[in-house]
Each structure stands twice: as structure tokens, then as C-alpha cells.
Design a protein around this ligand. Structure first.
Ligand code: FAD
Length: 461
């Protein structure tokens, strides 16, 4: 790796290399995990490069390839698996300048990857009253490129499923890391080569996504004293074909009372809270539907009435729940769980009974192959890594699938298996293995047994 030669060859581009910039832009939200915090805290790039368009991406990759400099691409660094952290140092390619919206048409948008998601959503709303189908709860800070390459779903998944489901990404334009970088346009099944690949096999320079009609979503909060009733309510509401919702989040007590500061005085310690985003034309139907359930509507954003405005409903959901809990209780970490199948609600009840207060349940309703399932972003009172591993193992034994957020590799954070399409494309598009090194086990250590945590031998110590 010849950093000086690469920097000299790229000196006409925007480069940052002050100690504070290097530290800040080499980090993401990895510290959510005490396991990752212990292993990745020291990670640091040698320089930050901010290309202004695809031509500069190509030029930069050509130079870095020639000088064997690793390149880790960064959107806004809100990923919480250490995805955007440069384990081997080298170049962090920061996409902040590539934020142009290129085309908006009925049902679709074409954009550069570095735009902040909320800005993209604002542009499509202003253009033609359309919105993105699905956004992470970090829409206010995260980029659309980071979501496609590192995210999985979020606000809107209750209607549209996961980001990787067919139809939720239309086209990706990708630049390879070769002596002469190539441009690829992927659609259909080819999208799986680079979506959710952490930038390990190409830099995404253009994204085409589907759009849906935009609404002024109403935030509605409902309190239940019976957790099982709340889980059944959330799943049943998600199944209502005529009611349009964008978010159904269920936070077990005492999450709202203890961690949501602006809920104080409106909920008791024993209240489980369901947070909704409802299209205005559906809010009356939600109230009618609720009348058959033991829940109390405590807030509607279109009516207000709380002494302190609680803000956007989705900033209490998905991983924002964890963030709010962490700010109050630093020993909190979390798990990503998937409950599905006919026994889903029984599994949730059994897991809750098995662990008691060590875990606090947090569920997000989402669509999977036309059915409602719950994703769990369970809050965990962390004690030791061994206990965390044990909690994960018990979940799996009880029939709940875990995506481990305490691992930095694609495989360990996913289904613990090689994604043959991603690996095959990496062989073609990054033959030297310079893109986001250390994140794809199949590339570095084929045959890994997943019995213990993978520790990439190439990590700069
Ligand atoms: P980064 O963190 O910068 O990057 C993510 C990954 O994408 C990295 O591996 C990076 O190398 C790669 N990448 C970035 N840009 C490109 C590109 N142009 N080409 C190739 N690879 C690229 N995630 C969800 O899916 N849903 C949620 O609801 C959600 N909620 C969150 C809430 C909180 C409070 C936090 C801290 C995180 C949450 N996340 C969620 C994780 C994260 O915020 C999202 O996935 C977000 O979209 C990442 O965008 P980013 O711009 O910050 O990407």
C-alpha cells in the first residue's frame, strides 16, 4: 500500500486528512455493540476522499488500485455494524458531494448515492407528491447509497417488505475496482450482487428506486397494559387491507416511560406502547379498529396537545428505540430477531417469558411474502459477551432467527452463509480485494465454520 503516492496522484480532488477528520470519518455507530466497540475503536483511515461525481470515483479507484490502497466507501456513517469502518486503513471514499437527484417520473426516482434520504424524499414530494416506499429511521442523516448498501428496511416495511425484496430497488449503477474500472448497470436478480454488500464489490454511483404516493403521515401512539394484546393488535392492524399505515412499532414497558423523555407524564411504567404512522384518510378507521382492543389512544400528531411535542413517530422506532434507551441506560445493547410463521406470536411470548427483565421487547411489524411478520430489535441489558452469545443461542433454539448486530462481517450479520452472487461479483470487480476489506468472510477465509467470532487477520492493529 503506497498511501503517499496515491494521495499525490489524487491531490487535485477534495481530500481531508486532519486527525479529527480521519477519526470522525472512520467511525460509524459500531459502538452500539459493546463487542464491536472493544474490537474496532482504533480503526482509522489514512485519508478521506470526497469525489464530486462518477468520473472522480473512476479516477480515484484507478489510482488506489495502482497503489494497492484499500477503499472503504462511506455515506453518512450511521450503520451500526461497523460496515463503513476501514479495517485496513487506506482511503475512505465519502459520498457527500454526490447528492444530485437526476430524474423523477411517475413511480420512480434516479439519484446519486450521497443524498441524505430526507432530502431525496423532499425532492420527490415537491416534484410530484411522491415519496420513497421505505426509509430507515435515520432518514434525517443517512444517505440513500448507505441504505441500499448497508440497510435492510424500516419505515414503510410494514407495507412494502424488506429493501432486498424484488421491486424495492429498480436499478444500480456500479463502478468496479480494477486497473481500468468498469461501469455496470444492474437490474432484476443482478441487484443482489451489490445491494447490502457493504461496498465490498463495487461503488454505487447511481440508484433508481420506486416511489409511492406521498402522505402527511399522522403519528399515533396507543398504550396497552397487556403486552400480548399489543402484539396481537399490531399484527392484526398490519393485516387490515383497507387501512394504510407506514409504521407499526411495539415497545414493551418500561421503554416509553423510561427512555422516551417526552412521553413522561403520558405513560406509566407498566404501559406498552404501539407507535403508528397512519395516512390521514385512514386515521378514523384506525380509531374504529382500536375500539375492539384494550388499548388507549394517547396521542395524535394532527391534534397535538402534549406539553412537549414528541416529534416524528419514526424517530422512536426501528433502531432509534435502541438509541434512546442507550442514552439513558449505557448498559443497553440490542439484538436483531426475525419472528415469522404461524407460531410467531407464541414464540414472542415464550421468549419474553424465558428472559424476563434482562430483555425488553421491541417489535416492528413488516411484510414478508404477503404476510405480516415481526422484526425484533430487542433491547438487552448487557453483562458479558458470553451471556450475549448464550442469549442469541437460546433465541435460535426457540425458533427465532437472529441477525447478529455484534459482528462486522456480511455473513455473521446475515444468515451465516456465503452469498455466492456477491462473492462471484467481487472476484470479477475487485480482484485485488481492496474494497472494504475484512467484511466478507467468503473472500478471506472460505470454509469458515462460524463457531466463534471471525477476527479478520488483516485488520490494522
Ligand atoms: P454508511 O453507514 O455510511 O454505510 C453503510 C454501508 O454502505 C457501508 O458498508 C458502506 O461502505 C456502504 N456504502 C455507502 N455508500 C455506498 C456506495 N455509494 N456504494 C457502495 N457502498 C456504499 N438501518 C435500516 O436498514 N433501517 C432502519 O430503520 C435503521 N435505523 C437506524 C437507526 C439508528 C439510530 C441507527 C444508528 C442506525 C439505523 N440503521 C437502520 C442503520 C443505518 O442508519 C442505515 O442502514 C442507513 O441507511 C445507512 O446509511 P449511511 O449513509 O449512514 O451509510
Amino acid at each position: 500500500m503506497n498511501i503517499d503516492a496515491a494521495k499525490a496522484a489524487l491531490s487535485h480532488m477534495e481530500i481531508e486528512d486532519t486527525p479529527s477528520a480521519l477519526r470522525a470519518k472512520s467511525r460509524d455507530f459500531f459502538w452500539y455493540s459493546p463487542v464491536l466497540k472493544a474490537r474496532l475503536d482504533h480503526v482509522q483511515a489514512d485519508f478521506i476522499l470526497c469525489p464530486k461525481g462518477e468520473a472522480e470515483v473512476i479516477a480515484a479507484l484507478r489510482v488506489c488500485h495502482a497503489h494497492d490502497v484499500p477503499v472503504t466507501v462511506r455515506g453518512a456513517g450511521t450503520g451500526n455494524y461497523g460496515q463503513a469502518m476501514p479495517l485496513a486503513g487506506g482511503c475512505v471514499m465519502h459520498m457527500k458531494n454526490m447528492d444530485r437527484v437526476k430524474d423523477i417520473a411517475p413511480g420512480r426516482v434516479v439519484t446519486e448515492p450521497g443524498i441524505v434520504i430526507r432530502d431525496l424524499d423532499a425532492a420527490t414530494r415537491a416534484h410530484s407528491a411522491q415519496e420513497l416506499r421505505m426509509t430507515p429511521s435515520t432518514a434525517g442523516t443517512a444517505t440513500i447509497g448507505g441504505f441500499v448498501a448497508g440497510g435492510s428496511g424500516g419505515v414503510g416495511s410494514v407495507r412494502w417488505g424488506a429493501l432486498r425484496d424484488p421491486g424495492n430497488i429498480l436499478r444500480l449503477r456500479v463502478v468496479s475496482m480494477e486497473a481500468e474500472p468498469q461501469i455496470h448497470d444492474f437490474t432484476g436478480d443482478e441487484l443482489h450482487r451489490v445491494s447490502h454488500a457493504y461496498g465490498t464489490n463495487g461503488i454505487i454511483t447511481e440508484i433508481e428506486l420506486p416511489l409511492a404516493p406521498a402522505y402527511d403521515w399522522i403519528g399515533a401512539f396507543i398504550a396497552f397494559t397487556d403486552f400480548d394484546a399489543a402484539t396481537r393488535f399490531g399484527a392484526a392492524l398490519a393485516d387490515q387491507d383497507g387501512i394504510l399505515v407506514k409504521l407499526i412499532t411495539l415497545c414493551e414497558a418500561p421503554t416509553a416511560a423510561r427512555y422516551f423523555q417526552r412521553f413522561r407524564g403520558h405513560v406509566a411504567e407498566a404501559d406498552h406502547v404501539v407507535l403508528l404512522m397512519v395516512a390521514p384518510q385512514s386515521i378514523a378507521a384506525v380509531e374504529t379498529f382500536l375500539s375492539g382492543w384494550p388499548g388507549r389512544l394517547i396521542y395524535r400528531s394532527d391534534r397535538g396537545g402534549w406539553d412537549r411535542d414528541p416529534g416524528l413517530a419514526y424517530e422512536y422506532g426501528w433502531n432509534h428505540t435502541t438509541l434512546r434507551a442507550l442514552k439513558v441506560d449505557p448498559d443497553i445493547t440490542y439484538l436483531q430477531v426475525r419472528y415469522h410463521g404461524p407460531g410467531m406470536l407464541d414464540t414472542i411470548a415464550a421468549v419474553r417469558a424465558r428472559f424476563g427483565p434482562e430483555l425488553i421487547q421491541h417489535l416492528e411489524a413488516m411484510r414478508e411474502n404477503g404476510r405480516t411478520i415481526y422484526a425484533g430489535l430487542t433491547l438487552v441489558h448487557f453483562s458479558t459477551e458470553e451471556r450475549l452469545d448464550e442469549i442469541i443461542r437460546i433465541h435460535e433454539e426457540m425458533g427465532a432467527m437472529i441477525f447478529n448486530p455484534h459482528r462486522y462481517t456480511l455473513e455473521e450479520g446475515g444468515r451465516q452463509a456465503t452469498d455466492a452472487r456477491q462473492l462471484a461479483f467481487k472476484r470479477e470487480a475487485d480482484p485485488k480485494g481492496l474494497l472494504n476489506p475484512g467484511k466478507m468472510i467468503a473472500w478471506d477465509s472460505p470454509g469458515w465454520d462460524y463457531i466463534r467470532m471471525y477476527d479478520w487477520p488483516g485488520m490494522r492493529r
